[in-house]
Design a protein around this ligand. Structure first.
Ligand code: SF4
Length: 224
């Protein structure tokens, strides 16, 4: 018998270079700053289960590209997909990959598309603030007025679309978060445990591999 789970693990296993201070990622910046800080200072191997989840996300994105470029959807033109994003701010770099840029042929509008795969699209009633922050950053630097957050259910390909209009305030707030993260990393000072402070970020602690470190550094009774 073959162990196909193991074969997938072998296939997905790859060397991950530790992240370097001074290079930051839009997909992370809406997450708890302390958790991001830990991921630079104490890099950890990504669990095989997480690698599978990431791969599933890649497969969903490839599927979305096929749909967007299909001639069966003539009202939409896929202009670009999976294209690099890199900007310099102060003395650091923000680097990422933008999912898709499409043209709505019906009215000539260009839209940036950020695709997110999800376990149950039925629970997505509004776009997640950390996804919005990522898209707003792209809109800001690419000087595009409109974007969409596209959530696709991994189980059945049902989807939900949220239109996102460029908002300079959110984009600047996001840039400020990068500055704050950079400052904490360079000065080697721990950021506040945002996941434990802000109710809307509490869910992040459930998936955090740095919980023990975080609680040791800031016990519950001294939470800011
Ligand atoms: S446990 Fe929560 S607050 Fe602490 S680093 Fe992780 S996500 Fe942030």
């Amino acid at each position: 018998m073959i162990n196909f789970n193991q074969m997938i693990d072998n296939f997905l296993k790859r060397e991950r270079k530790p992240k370097g201070i001074g290079k930051y990622y839009p997909s992370e910046i809406g997450m708890c700053l302390r958790k991001i800080w830990y991921s630079y200072k104490f890099p950890q191997e990504v669990e095989p289960t997480m690698l599978k989840i990431f791969e599933m996300g890649n497969m969903i994105h490839d599927f979305v590209v096929e749909v967007l470029k299909s001639e069966k959807n003539p009202h939409v033109e896929l202009l670009k997909s999976e294209f690099p994003f890199k900007v310099k701010v102060d003395d650091f770099v923000i680097s990422g990959r933008i999912d898709d840029l499409i043209l709505l042929k019906t009215n000539g509008t260009k839209l940036l598309v950020e695709v997110k795969s999800t376990g149950d699209v039925g629970y997505i009633n509004e776009p997640s603030p950390h996804n919005v922050a990522q898209l707003q950053l792209y809109l800001h630097f690419l000087k595009i007025e409109n974007g969409i957050l596209l959530y696709v259910d991994k189980r059945n390909l049902q989807s939900r679309v949220f239109n996102i209009k460029y908002d300079e305030k959110i984009a600047n707030k996001t840039i400020d978060r990068f500055k704050k993260l950079h400052k904490h990393l360079v000065s080697n000072t721990l950021p506040d445990p945002e996941g434990r402070i802000f109710p809307e970020m509490n869910w992040m602690c459930r998936f955090c591999e740095y919980r023990d470190k975080c609680y040791k550094a800031t016990p519950a009774n001294v939470l800011p």
